[in-house]
Every structure is written in C-alpha cells, then in structure tokens.
Design a protein around this ligand. Structure first.
Ligand SMILES: Nc1ncnc2c1ncn2[C@@H]1O[C@H](COP(=O)(O)OP(=O)(O)OP(=O)(O)O)[C@@H](O)[C@H]1O
Length: 508
C-alpha cells in the first residue's frame, strides 16, 4: 500500500511538474520580451541622441515602410483650422462639410452625441462626440470616422476628423467617397443655415465677422413666397420655372461656355411687389441677398472688390437703378426715392448716416460689373435691377443680352386680387367679387394698396368690411383718376385755345 501510495504521489508530482513547465516558460518568455523591449528602447534612445540625422531619417523611413507593410489601413485627417492658423477664426469648409455629412447618420449610429447651434444655422446640429467611432459604407468600402483633438497651449484646440479605410479601397475613397461627402455635407449645410441679407452700407445694426470684408449682414428672415404673391398664375409659373432652370443649370452653362449667372430687370410702379419678388426669389432658391447701395460705392475699383466678395448662391440687388445712374454715366445723389418724388435736399450728416458718399462709379463700371470679365468670377449668382421708370434707363444697360429676363410688375388684376383675398381673408369667392372685378377693369390700384385694404384691423374683423373698404378705395381712385384726366384735358384745351388765339393775332 505504501509503494502504491508512493507511486501515486510520484505520478502526481510528475504531472504537477508537467503542468508547471509551460507556466514557467511563459513567465520566462514575458521576462525575456520585457528585457528585449527595454534594451531596444535604450538602444533606440542612444541612437536617437548620438546617431547622425541622415541615418535616423533613413531608419524612420524604414520603420514607416515596415508599419505600412503590416498595417493595411490608410488614414486621412481633415483639420478644423488647416495650417493651424486660428487667427482668422475661419473654419475649414471641408471640416464643416464632414461635420454636416456625419451629423446625418450620427443620430442613428452614435451613442455619444453633441448638440450645437451654430451662429448661421437655423436648427440644432447633432454631431459625434470626441473619440466616438462612426462607421460608414460606400460602394462596398467600409470607412471609420473619428473626431480627434490636438490639445495645445492655444486658446482653441485644433479638432480633426480622421477617416480610416483599407488600402484596397484607396481609389474609391479618394476619387469618389470624399467628393460624395463634400457634396452631401455642403447640401445639408445649405439646408440648415440661416440665409443672410448683406449690405455695403455700414451701420450699427449690421454685423460683420471680420474687418476684412466690405459687406455687413443680418439674418434674412423674410416670409415672402411666390404662393402669396399677387400675380397671374401663368406669369408666376414662368418665373418660377426660369429660376429653377437657372439653379439646376450648372452643366448647361458649362456646356455653352457662359458664366453661371443671370440678370433680371424688375420694373413697374411703386407698390407692385418688386422688393417682395426679390425676397420670394431668395426664399425659393435658398440664396443670400446682397443689397448693393451704389451711392455708397466710392469708385469702379471698389465696385469690383464688392463683386469679388459676394459668394455663390446669391442674388445681387441694385434697387431703383434709375436713381443711381443717369444717361451720361454721371451719378445723381440718391435720397431714398427722391429722384422720383423730386430731389429732396439731403444734409451731409444724413448722407453720412446712410453711408452715402460722393461716388465715382461710372456706367461702364456698372456694365463691367454685370457682364464684363470680372462678373464671371464666382458662380451661381443672380443680378437683379429694379426700377419704377424703365424708359429712363440707359439703353446700354438694358440692351438685349445684358439682362436675361424682363419682368413687368403692374397694377393689380382681378386674378392677382384673388390671391390676396385668399391669403388675407381666406376667401375664394364672395358676392362682392363681381363688383371688385368690374372696378379693377377700369381702375389702376397697386397690389400694395389692395393688401392694405384687405388687411383685417382686428382678429375678429369682418371680411365683408375689408372688401367694402377695398371697393371704397377703388371708387376713390377711379374718381381721382377721372378728375385728373378731366383736369389734363381742360389744361390741354386751354393751351390749344391760347395757341389758336395767338395764331389768329399773328394772322391779323
Ligand atoms: N404683387 C404683390 N403680392 C403680394 N403683396 C404685394 C405685392 N405687391 C406689393 N405687395 C405688398 O405691398 C408691400 C410693398 O410692396 P413692395 O415693396 O414689394 O413694392 P415695390 O414694387 O418694391 O415698391 P417700390 O418700388 O416702392 O420699392 C409689400 O410689403 C407687400 O405686402
């Protein structure tokens, strides 16, 4: 039994030893590896310190190649402030585009999100938090995105988006995927951003990001739309189609070799909706507006600079062009609508407050602005001129080919009135409409005046009262027109009689 026990004990000890051997070997391996790494690090530190630069750089190259060989992934970083130049505080457009692109699938894929409201955005933007990894797929390629941050002693830390992908997808990612990200990102940003109304007149309520730009801006938040514009349906449709064709015409303009821009001349009496139409155009296309005040532009050089600073997807507006230039190309002083209503005297102080200066912009400078070589810098821009007196304009300014489309906005027709009645009173038909239609056939009333009368004075205001107000206003306008026509005829009759008398006297 003792021998049996001894044999068992010996076997167990042997087994234990067998079990212990690999554990000991493992410990030994780790120890060897640790000391090898320590030796390597030590040797590397010595080499780095004493080895000549050329050899070190060769070794670095070799190290990188070795890493490339064993690490089959490619990484691309897109920095927030490229070149680390944060002085201008100008974010890299590519960084913002990536941010917008990733925000679209962040909400479904990421579990740590950041919600921010950018100064020029109209809604909250969800983006991935730092070091969160997002996966995207494109044409079979898998791409990982991560948001990193370089912490430095600067007040702002440079952030970057890094994308990682397998090197077999290099072609797809660099040729198509990045382009797709930029395009989609820019579109998302366009849809989210608040649009702006720029002016070249400086004033306290206008803001500008930095002193380097000649334009100041406020957020453009005008509710005008083509739907609410009092205009004949056919005309409305034609204008909308024209604008949309322009917006989607990138390839077309490229094919025909023309700069991607379009000129519109809006003309008609005051209060017929020229400014409203510009706002509706900007809302339809989601464009910014640059309201160019010519009287505040020093000379042609400054005009050119202003033009260069405008961005694409914008409408450049010069209102009341007849007041800004005369036929000889010399400037008239503009004071609101003074050139129409009689030249009101403007004090130097008032002129300064409006930003008006003694401008030397010439007609040729303006023509260059519209379709000279300089006008081709930048793309997707619409230039709109407005005037109350188209016949006063220099023929050079409106010759065919210079302005692409002429839009006349005139007195209110019955069809246009019905649009306003629907908007203001929610009425599609009413027994008083017949009388209004008859009066509209013989009276000239502007949509602004119609709108003024249809506007309910209180929330409970009776639509019937608004319609009868309009009828009264139209009858008054009709009587006034008839009276002034009679006065004109009377004056003409007197002139004729006087001339006849003079002829009779001369004949004697
Ligand atoms: N066609 C229209 N449709 C809807 N509302 C209109 C229209 N025309 C004028 N209005 C109304 O009248 C107001 C003044 O119109 P708007 O300033 O657009 O006219 P305008 O032709 O630009 O005048 P001006 O030549 O004096 O600048 C607008 O705020 C709008 O409410």
């Amino acid at each position: 039994m003792h021998a049996k026990f001894l044999a068992k004990t010996t076997r167990t000890a042997q087994q234990e030893t067998m079990k212990l051997v690999p554990a000991a070997t493992r410990t030994q391996t780790w120890a060897t590896m640790g000391s090898t790494i320590a030796t390597f690090t030590f040797v590397w530190a010595i080499i780095s310190q004493y080895c000549p630069y050329e050899i070190r750089s060769l070794m670095d190259k070799f190290k990188q190649r070795l890493k490339d060989y064993f690490y089959p992934y490619i990484q691309i970083a897109i920095h927030e402030f490229p070149g680390h130049d944060q002085r201008l505080m100008k974010r890299h457009e590519a960084f913002s585009a990536v941010e917008a692109y990733l925000s679209s699938n962040t909400s479904t894929n990421a579990n740590r999100l950041k919600a921010e409201m950018e100064s020029d955005s109209s809604s909250l933007i969800l983006s991935m938090d730092e070091y969160q990894i997002l996966t995207d797929e494109f044409q079979g390629a898998k791409i990982w995105w991560v948001l990193g941050k370089i912490v430095s002693q600067r007040t702002i830390h440079d952030k970057y988006y890094k994308l990682t992908f397998h090197k077999r997808y290099r072609e797809i990612v660099t040729k198509s995927y990045l382009e797709h990200v930029m395009k989609e990102g820019k579109e998302i940003r366009m849809g989210n951003r608040k649009r702006k109304l720029y002016t070249n007149c400086s004033g306290s309520k206008w803001t500008s990001y930095n002193r380097e730009t000649m334009w100041s801006h406020i957020v453009f938040d005008h509710p005008a739309s083509f739907e609410t514009m009092a205009l004949e349906a056919e005309k409305k449709k034609e204008i909308i189609e024209d604008l949309l064709a322009f917006m989607n015409g990138k390839e077309f303009y490229k094919r025909i070799g023309k700069a991607w821009k379009r000129g519109y001349l809006l003309f008609g009496p005051p209060g017929t909706g020229k400014s409203t139409m510009i706002a509706a155009m900007a809302n339809l296309l989601s464009y910014d507006i640059y309201d160019l005040e010519l009287t505040a532009v020093k000379d042609n050089t400054e005009l050119r600079k202003l033009l260069i600073e405008t961005t694409s997807k914008s409408i450049i507006v010069i209102e009341d062009i007849d007041c800004s230039l005369d036929l000889t190309g010399q400037r008239k002083k503009k004071a609101g609508k003074s050139c129409v209503e009689g030249e009101k005297k403007h004090s130097e102080k008032e002129k300064k407050e409006e930003g008006n200066i003694d401008s030397k912009v010439t007609l040729s400078g303006l023509l260059n602005f519209i379709d000279g070589l300089w006008s081709a810098c930048g793309t997707e821009r619409i230039i709109v001129f407005t005037t109350n007196y188209v016949e006063k304009l220099d023929p050079a300014l409106i010759r065919s080919g210079r302005m692409d489309k002429y839009i006349e906005l005139s007195y209110c027709s019955f069809e246009a009135f019905k649009v306003l009645a629907k908007c203001y009173l929610n009425l599609e038909t009413h027994q008083m409409f017949d009388e209004i239609e008859k009066l509209m056939g013989v009276t000239q009333i502007t949509p602004a005046d119609v709108a003024e009368n249809l506007m309910p004075k209180t929330l409970q205001d009776d639509p019937q009262r608004c319609l009868s107000n309009l009828i009264k206003a139209m009858k008054k306008a009709k009587d006034k027109a008839e009276a002034s026509k009679m006065a004109e005829e009377e004056a003409l009759k007197k002139v004729n009689e006087a001339e006849e008398e003079k002829l009779a006297v001369d004949a004697q």
